[in-house]
Design a protein around this ligand. Structure first.
Ligand SMILES: [Zn+2]
Ligand SMILES: [Zn+2]
Length: 357
């Protein structure tokens, strides 16, 4: 039992090519994930149009149903280029260049009709030690291409109507024959002239000359979660370079750097520090104040504490990013030897030496 592409597009089986195209445009606009639409629904709409929008495939579909066109079937690539759903595995055939086109076409991951995608932008954000522990809001300044503010990225002057694209005859794609080790493969590739829309504004926008983009300085607030580690990367979808009319912006990739701290170091989710205390305190025991990322904490040093002893302050370490709770703070005790001693102090130490201490 396959999918009913006609009902997905809400048209009759007898609908004309023009009616199908209009229904598709309206639905794709309505359900676009960038505008808060449902990704799966949007994909279904695109899948349906891939077939019904092509007279040969439509005829095949009318005879055999959708089975031949679905994932794993013969051709009829699904729509790609847009990351549907967060966190899902995303095959980016752009990375494979022409081979990606071929594989994409063969395995139904798109390759044709795909949207042009802008470049990702990578930036480093440097945090203080404590900012990495507790999280921080950081402002990233980017000088990048964004949608033109005058035409909102459409590339059209105000009030200009759209005319059919001459390059592709209004289809939005052109045929291309590609030689590969599988033999010659005919493919439909997105029309560069109209970016797959099939139409162009009669009067291009004056500000962006019809490209739909402009270079701007943009400040982006980045919410860095508590417990992030050095070299970890965060991805902000759609904050990369905008490629222009009909395209989809790339992502912003933020790589985390963490400044060294004079007192603390990190080992996973544990924080380490060394505290130097007088020999007499190690021998006799007592209370000391130690610095933690939460502020000073009192630590009881027992009698006869040896140099190198490690005390654990539970839950005073770095928060876990993927679960609740925190690591520990491990304090290593070392002896503090004063550089300058008074006469009385020296005499007192001499007496200890006489006793073999
Ligand atoms: Zn513009
Ligand atoms: Zn075109």
């Amino acid at each position: 039992m396959g999918k009913d592409y006609y009902s997905i597009l809400g048209v009759q089986k007898t609908a004309s090519a023009d009616e199908i195209k209009k229904a598709y445009r309206r639905l794709a606009h309505e359900h676009h994930p960038d505008k808060g639409g449902d990704g799966q629904k949007f994909k279904d709409i695109n899948d349906a149009y891939q077939v019904l929008g092509d007279s040969n495939k439509r005829a095949q579909y009318d005879r055999f149903g959708s089975a031949a066109f679905e994932q794993g079937g013969m051709g009829a690539g699904g729509f790609s280029g847009s990351p549907f759903g967060a966190g899902g595995f995303n095959v980016n055939f752009e990375d494979f260049g022409d081979l990606g086109d071929i594989l994409g076409g063969m395995f139904g991951f798109g390759g044709k009709h795909r949207q042009k995608r802008g470049q990702d932008i990578q930036v480093d954000v440097t945090l203080d030690f404590k900012e990495a522990v507790f999280g921080a809001d950081k402002i990233v300044k980017l000088y990048k291409h964004d949608a033109c503010s005058e035409c909102a990225g459409s590339g059209a002057a105000k009030g200009s109507k759209n005319i059919s694209c001459k390059n592709c005859g209004g289809r939005g794609f052109v045929n291309r024959v590609q030689k590969s080790f599988f033999g010659a493969i005919q493919q439909q590739v997105i029309c560069e002239e109209c970016m797959g829309k099939g139409e162009k504004p009669e009067q291009p926008c004056n500000t962006c000359k019809g490209f739909g983009i402009m270079k701007i300085m943009k400040e982006i607030k980045v919410n860095i979660p508590a417990g992030i580690s050095e070299n970890e990367a965060m991805r902000m979808a759609g904050e990369g370079e905008h490629p222009g009319v009909g395209g989809q912006p790339g992502d912003l990739i933020i790589r985390i750097r963490i400044k060294r701290d004079p007192n603390f170091t990190r080992e996973g989710n544990d924080i380490l520090s060394i505290v130097h205390i007088p020999y007499s305190l190690m021998a006799l025991g007592g209370k000391i104040q130690v610095d933690t990322v939460d502020g000073p904490v009192e630590l009881k040093v027992p009698e006869a504490t040896q140099a190198g002893t490690v005390f654990k302050l539970r839950g005073k370490g770095v928060p876990y990013m993927r679960s609740s709770g925190r690591g520990d703070h491990l304090i290593t005790i070392e002896a503090k030897v004063e550089k300058k001693l008074s006469r009385e102090q020296k005499q007192a130490l001499e007496r200890l030496r006489e006793q073999g201490l």
